[in-house]
Design a protein around this ligand. Structure first.
Ligand SMILES: Nc1nc2c(ncn2[C@@H]2O[C@H](COP(=O)(O)OP(=O)(O)O)[C@@H](O)[C@H]2O)c(=O)[nH]1
Ligand SMILES: [Mg+2]
Length: 588
């Protein structure tokens, strides 16, 4: 089954056309039939020549009911734009087309109706040109008369070709069913309807209400007027719900697969077309079948932060319409860039955020999200609409690779520092490391450990150091204490000899990860490499050997082999004139 929404100016023949195609009455209300005007959404369906079924969401054309129109087209990926031959292009032809464009609708059909009343050619030519400039692009066009039936076979054939070109829905996706109607049926209780764009529904399923998060159960399902045990996308569905009364449900609510969506009242979006400069402070955000007041805070030239009056289950990449309800026109389309944006409390945070947003395009990007969030739970990202394809570093934590390497370096340095400050303790308590590295979970500390570091009885120790012969580990402990706050002042050869650290002992300590050997009789503590990179990164780049030596507060005897080691590890780069620079980015 496929779902197509109508669009077009009032009285251009949309409902007449749906009636002629389906034999069903899309205007459901007595008032609509009395006034001969669609006020709310109508629903009807028919079999196509190919055997497939197309359901129509028939929308009102009157400018007063544009919000209803938006609720109907919001979840629907294809549109049938209707223009009357005798009236041609009119204001709501343009406004409806603008809404379809704002939502990024890419599949459509132009129908010029009332072709029995006037030559359809001029209306057709103008409408085609208007449509060609939008997300719909070049669309097929058919001239019909809903009264004489002329052109209807061609229209059915064109609809068949239209639906054949629609993308296949993701049937294993979680369900986000935007409610476009809610009512009570005597004997059954609460029923909601909507366009199921992805996933599947079964009788007995538990779903969450987006508004409150409370659980509801599917008691019955109807599709095309028939009871079903299961309905897969794409479909128009009616869902009979257990566990919720009618007055708790309204258009704009959504039924969700539990735990699969992030409900947010704060989001960052990109505006299409017009710049953000002179937007009113409050607009209405139309997304899915929902319409919610939004406070607008401009960030970049085409990016804004929206604070919603109530939370919605939004995904990165969702398309929506911002509309000024007072001025009766579509202010523009938005693409959701971030549904869990950082607060803008610090000074300069808004400017930094605008810069970050300038690089986003609404396509979920795992590497980019990790780069911005550094550490994040896989479940949190999938709930925002980001597919996760990399393994977690611990539990369901994902880490940005560069950040993770830096954390590992900091962890080693913290372990050494702690050992210096608490020489008598058998290692660092895990909680102390978690706190010092500002990690949200102790499991991350454990995951950062690499030999010779290991976890024993809630503390992190350099395991192999314990395995060194007593005199050597005691000598290393003395050295560690003597470094004090000058980590690059390597002890003189005589001092090493005094402590009983000859080449063999030093070799054992290096293998155990307790010392770092730069050259014969030149040793530092293992954390010195990372410390040195941090110190050097603060120098004006590039820097000379002498500048490095001074910054590190050491001598040529240490600085020369230390810089060579950093070169080999790719942390620094030696330039042709012998100056160096710190390599930033992933290889550092
Ligand atoms: N002659 C003629 N009248 C039509 C045709 N389609 C619609 N109408 C008339 O135009 C008026 C508005 O039609 P309707 O379907 O309600 O327009 P909507 O507001 O776009 O849904 C009604 O009086 C219809 O009978 C057509 O193809 N030929
Ligand atoms: Mg109508």
């Amino acid at each position: 089954m496929w779902v197509v929404a109508t669009a077009g100016h009032v009285d251009h023949g949309k409902s007449t056309l749906v009636r002629a195609l389906t034999g069903m009455e899309p205007d459901r209300w007595a008032e609509e039939r009395r006034r001969g005007m669609t006020i709310d959404l109508g629903f009807a369906w028919t079999a196509l020549p190919s055997g497939g079924t197309v359901a129509f969401v028939d929308v009102p054309g009157h400018e007063r009911f544009v919000p209803n129109m938006l609720a109907g087209v919001g979840p629907v990926p294809a549109a049938m734009l209707v223009v009357a031959a005798d009236e041609g292009w009119m204001p709501q032809s343009a406004e409806h087309l603008a809404a379809l464009h704002a939502l990024g609708v890419a599949h459509g059909l132009l129908v010029v109706t009332r072709a029995d009343l006037a030559d359809p050619a001029p209306a057709l030519a103008q409408a085609r040109a208007e449509i060609a400039a939008t997300s719909l692009g070049e669309v097929p066009a058919v001239a019909v008369s809903g009264v004489t039936g002329a052109g209807l076979p061609e229209l059915r054939a064109a609809l068949d070709r239209l639906v054949a070109g629609l993308p296949d829905p993701a049937r294993d996706a979680p369900v986000r069913l935007w409610v476009d109607r809610a009512f009570t049926i005597r004997g059954s209780g609460t029923v909601v309807t909507g366009t199921l764009g992805g996933g599947r529904l079964r009788v007995g399923d538990q779903l969450d209400l987006a508004g409150t998060g409370e659980p509801v159960r599917v008691r019955g399902l109807h599709c095309l007027g028939t009871a079903r045990d299961e309905v897969a996308a794409v479909a128009r569905v009616a869902v009979n719900l257990r566990g919720v009364s009618r007055d708790r449900l309204a258009r704009g609510e959504a039924l969700l697969t539990p735990g699969r969506f992030h409900r947010t009242d704060l989001l960052d979006v990109r505006l299409a077309g017009d710049p953000a400069a002179d937007l009113p402070a409050t607009l209405t955000l139309h997304v899915g079948a929902a319409a919610v007041a939004a406070r607008v805070r401009p960030l970049g030239p085409d990016t804004v932060r929206l604070r919603l009056a109530r939370p919605l289950p939004l995904l990165i990449g969702d398309r929506a319409v911002l509309r000024d309800p007072g001025r009766h026109h579509v202010a523009g389309g938005v693409t959701v860039l971030d549904v869990a944006p950082p607060p803008l409390a610090r000074r300069g945070a808004a400017v930094a955020r605008a810069k970050a947003l300038a690089e986003l395009d609404g396509r979920p990007d795992l590497a980019g999200e990790l780069r911005r969030r550094l550490l994040v739970r896989a479940g949190d990202l999938t709930r925002m609409g980001v597919p996760v394809s990399t393994p977690p570093v611990a539990g369901d934590w994902l880490a940005d690779p560069t950040h993770w390497r830096r954390l590992a370096g900091r962890l080693t340095a913290e372990v050494s520092r702690y050992a210096r400050e608490h020489p008598l303790e058998p290692g660092v308590p895990v909680e102390a490391l978690r706190h010092r590295l500002d990690l949200p979970d102790r499991a991350l500390v454990a995951a950062l450990l690499t030999p010779p570091l290991r976890l024993r009885a809630g503390r992190v120790t350099a395991a192999a150091v314990d395995a060194l012969p007593e005199p050597v580990s005691r000598a290393v402990a003395r050295l560690r204490a003597e470094f004090g706050d000058r980590p690059f002042r390597a002890p003189e050869a005589e001092r090493l000899a005094d402590l009983g650290l000859g080449p063999r002992e030093i070799g054992a300590a290096v293998r155990a990860g307790a010392l770092l050997r730069l050259a014969e009789n030149v040793v530092l503590l293992p954390g010195a490499v990372d410390d040195a990179v941090r110190v050097l990164a603060r120098l004006p780049q590039p820097f000379t050997l002498s500048a490095a030596r001074q910054a590190l507060d050491t001598t040529r005897r240490v600085a020369v082999p230390l810089l060579e080691l950093l070169d080999r590890r790719g942390a620094t780069r030696r330039l042709p004139d012998d100056a160096r620079e710190v390599v930033t980015g992933p290889s550092a």
